[in-house]
Design a protein. Sequence first.
Length: 86
Amino acid sequence: MLGFVLELGHDYEQVREQFAEHCIHKVYTFNSLRKSMSTVIRRPDAGFRLFCKGASEIVLKKSVHHRHSLTQLSVPSMKTVTICYR
C-alpha cells in the first residue's frame, strides 16, 4: 500500500493525517467469499468515500474506472491486488 501511495506522488504522512482514525466510518474486514475488504471514510465535505482492496477479478467487476492494466502489473505465479475508491 505504501508503494501505491508513493507511486501516486503522495506523502504517506499527509495521507494518514487526512484520513485519521476518527474519519473512519465503517470497516468491512476481509471475507473469503467477497475476496476483498473495504473502508468507508467520512469526507470533510460531509460525504463519504469507499476504499476497496482485493482480488483484481472481483474489484474490477465493481469498478467503473481503474488506474493500471493488469497486464502491466501481473507477474507469473503472483496474484495481483487492485485498489479502487468511489
